[in-house]
Design a protein around this ligand. Structure first.
Ligand SMILES: [Zn+2]
Length: 137
């Protein structure tokens, strides 16, 4: 393998695990591959995604007075009710709406004002159309 043009970069085995690290500057005599660097900085070996087990249950399900999961398990405030298993349809989870903020009184008034304005505009347009038709041509 000729290295004529790539003199300034080389592949060097990681000093810890021997994994070849590419594009190492020529001054680097010892390299640590990204995997070893990651373990050095103390990242958990298992990714959080691996340890997190999604239950498919909505957030706060154990606060609900009654929650039935997709398997028919019934929970009353988070406590399983084995006797009720399979007797109830799974709780349907409403999709979380992005707008959860309640409108303030002021916002309601503003909105109402907008609606009025829109209605007025519509009425004016209607009138205009009417006049155009009457006196058009
Ligand atoms: Zn390594």
């Amino acid at each position: 393998m000729e290295n004529t043009n790539l003199n300034s970069y080389q592949s060097v085995p990681c000093q810890k695990c021997g994994r070849l690290v590419n594009n190492v500057g020529e001054n680097a005599l010892k390299v640590t591959c990204s995997y070893c660097v990651l373990s050095l900085v103390g990242l958990p070996k298992e990714s959080p995604a691996k340890t997190y087990k999604p239950t498919g249950r909505p957030a706060g399900w154990h606060f609900m007075s009654e929650y039935v999961d997709n398997d028919g398990n019934v929970f009353h405030k988070g406590k399983e009710q084995p006797k009720l298993k399979g007797t109830l349809p799974p709780t349907k989870i409403k999709p979380i709406k992005k707008k959860t903020k309640r409108r303030t009184q002021q916002q309601i008034l503003l909105d109402r004002n907008q609606e009025k304005k829109a209605a007025l505009k519509k009425a004016a347009k209607k009138q205009q159309d009417f006049l155009n038709h009457k006196f058009g041509d």
